[in-house]
Write a protein that binds this ligand. Structure first.
Ligand SMILES: [Zn+2]
Length: 604
């Protein structure tokens, strides 16, 4: 008779300066025989192959001695157990300071479960005990449940929870607040130009606003891990998130609002994606890529609600919200890929598209974050239009949460459209066919008008100053057309590198990504802005400029027929003659009253 099966992990991070975790896995009660251990291949949504950092895998059987470990796949180790209790030990090199990877240095330890922990084949649902051995003076912040009275002992009900709870260990600052009787922690690793007190207050307002939408907070405690350092990013979890921002991200407000959007985005995911999700997105198959056509709803709608929640929390004014939304439209309408790849395909192919971007990505693919955000706005306005503001996209998410998320189950792919149609009270087949499965132009102007808003797309020549045209009054008028190469460049040491050639676009067929531009019409240029300025000054749309550049080390003279520059200033302005119905939609959507006194003044 075997003892009950137990799995105990110990993570030793007492050798931080070499970036090496020493992990031990104690298995009891599994009996003699052949066992397999596997590591996840991916972390949402990129194939990370974390097993590449694992070394020195050994098995000890106590008195029975040790046995060899056989590698049977890139992420799988097999061994014959001679005793009822075996200890597997291994080391993991961790020096990737990303929130979706793992890091260990003299300042802290941070890991994602998928980077450190092997699964015991066939035993994913057993509870797991975790012991952490840390340098003197370090403490732990994580979504894992702590064993009472033991600051370094945790327990996960199964492997999925161990995978889903990143852990921050170090001397980081910790802030606590309560919302709805639930404990929230903000753990800050690193320092920058933050006002920590303000950050805690604003984070609380985000928690309150998003919690209100779903009528409560579905966890016992929640942990925000925020890395203040050199890079941005965020990853969502059931009752925690790990986010990264730059040290200078907290001032001025126009930077800081992106920090708040990131926190609002990752927090919203605790519902949308972690609880409301198609069945392939949980529990995960860690061994291979998982596929869904719905990432536009999982990620794009989360981006939409991140911004809308800041508005609902009063952290964005209406003008700031509409300005940020107009900027999203401008970014989207620059991308030729919106006519090539649908949202459904972009979701399905994320493993080879969004997670592996290249110079051609803007032309042949589309971000389900960006377009999904805009489709979220449109779907919300369409539901409001059909139901006379009686229902909204909020009701779709609440319905999916109540029907599936709260019960802890995923839904079949078709359930999403079903839920939208149930809330809207009719078919949205055409909407889905054109804007989600198809690549039709989005009806932004038409649906924004239902909320009394007009989208202005204006061409502004950076060389013209305000009032150059004498009148200086009609700010919504475009400048005369000016010339444009149709490329994006970045400053490269020491030159200017073409990073994107828009196709279709004037540069396509002439310029290549990777070209190093030296001169335009033989006049030296030193920055990307100078390239664009020379083209505006030397050419009119339809004429030709010569570009002197290095390509693969060869000096070339390349003629380019320049095009007409696209709109570069987008604004959402209120319609002066909006009807009561349009005003009512505006008010219920933006949680604000229609300004009565402003006349036709435009927000910005
Ligand atoms: Zn996200």
């Amino acid at each position: 008779v075997s003892a009950p099966k137990t799995i105990v992990y110990t993570v030793d991070c007492t050798e931080p300066e070499r970036h090496i975790y020493h992990v031990s896995l104690q298995l009891t009660g599994f009996g003699p025989g052949r066992h397999a251990l596997t590591m996840p291949v991916w972390i949402p949504w990129w194939v990370q192959d974390a097993s590449r950092h694992v070394f020195n895998v050994r098995v000890e059987h106590g008195a029975a001695g040790g046995t060899a470990v056989e590698k049977t796949a890139k992420n799988t180790w097999c061994f014959e157990a001679a005793a009822d209790r075996v200890v597997v030990t291994y080391s993991v090199y961790a020096f990737e300071p990303r929130v979706d990877a793992s890091h260990l240095d003299g300042t802290h330890a941070f890991w994602n479960g998928g980077n450190l922990f092997m699964m015991v084949d066939g035993e994913k649902n057993l509870p797991i005990d975790l012991y952490i051995q840390a340098p003197e003076g370090w403490h732990v912040s994580t979504g894992l449940d702590r064993v009472d009275g033991h600051p370094f002992q945790f327990r996960a009900p199964n492997y999925d929870v161990l995978f889903d709870c990143p852990v921050e260990v170090g001397t980081h600052r910790r802030f606590f607040f309560e919302v709805g009787g639930k404990r929230h922690e903000l753990a800050l690793w690193g320092t920058g130009n933050e006002d920590a007190e303000q950050l805690v207050a604003d984070t609380r307002r985000i928690v309150e606003a998003e919690g209100r939408m779903f009528g409560g907070l579905p966890y016992d405690h929640y942990t925000f891990i925020l890395h203040i350092g050199e890079r941005g990013g965020g990853l969502e979890h059931m009752n925690s998130t790990a986010c990264g921002v730059r040290r200078t991200a907290f001032r001025p407000w126009d930077h800081y609002r992106h920090v708040l959007e990131l926190l609002a985005h990752e927090f919203f995911h605790l519902w949308n994606v972690k609880r409301i999700h198609p069945d392939t997105l949980g529990p995960f198959d860690y061994e291979r890529e998982v596929y869904t056509h719905l990432l536009w709803a999982m990620e794009g709608f989360t981006s939409y609600y991140a911004m809308l929640s800041l508005r609902r929390a009063g952290l964005y004014t209406v003008s700031e919200y509409l300005g940020a939304l107009a900027h999203e439209v401008e970014t989207y309408e620059k991308l030729p890929g919106r006519y090539v790849m649908s949202l459904a395909s972009a979701s399905f192919d994320t493993w080879i598209k969004l997670s592996k971007p290249d110079a051609d990505s803007p032309n042949r693919s589309i971000s389900y974050y960006l377009k999904g955000h805009l489709v979220g706005v449109l779907m919300d306005l369409e539901i409001r239009r059909r139901t006379d503001n009686g229902q909204s996209l909020d009701d779709v998410l609440r319905l999916l949460y109540q029907r599936y998320g709260a019960a802890g189950v995923g839904f079949p792919e078709h359930a999403y459209q079903d839920a939208v149609e149930e809330v809207a009270g009719g078919s949205l087949q055409e909407f889905f066919a054109r804007y989600i499965e198809g690549v039709d132009e989005l009806p932004l102007d038409e649906l924004l008008a239902t909320a009394g808003l007009k989208l202005e797309r204006v061409v502004k020549n950076p060389d013209r100053r305000e009032g150059d045209d004498g009148a200086g009054k009609d700010d919504s008028a475009s400048d005369p057309a000016y010339a444009w190469l149709g490329v994006e460049c970045r400053a490269d040491r020491p030159g200017i590198e073409v990073c994107t050639v828009y196709d279709p676009g004037p540069g396509a067929g002439s310029l290549y990504a990777g070209d190093e531009i030296l001169a335009v019409n033989r006049v030296r240029v030193k920055t990307p802005d100078e390239v664009a300025a020379r083209v505006r000054a030397d050419a009119v749309p339809g004429s030709t400029v010569s570009v002197q550049l290095f390509r693969e080390g060869l000096l070339l003279d390349v003629p380019v027929t320049v095009g007409e520059a696209p709109p570069n200033r987008y604004r959402l302005v209120r319609l002066p003659d909006a009807s009561p119905r349009q005003r009512a939609t505006y008010e219920s959507w933006l949680a604000a009253s229609w300004p009565e006194s402003e006349g036709t003044a435009a927000p910005h």
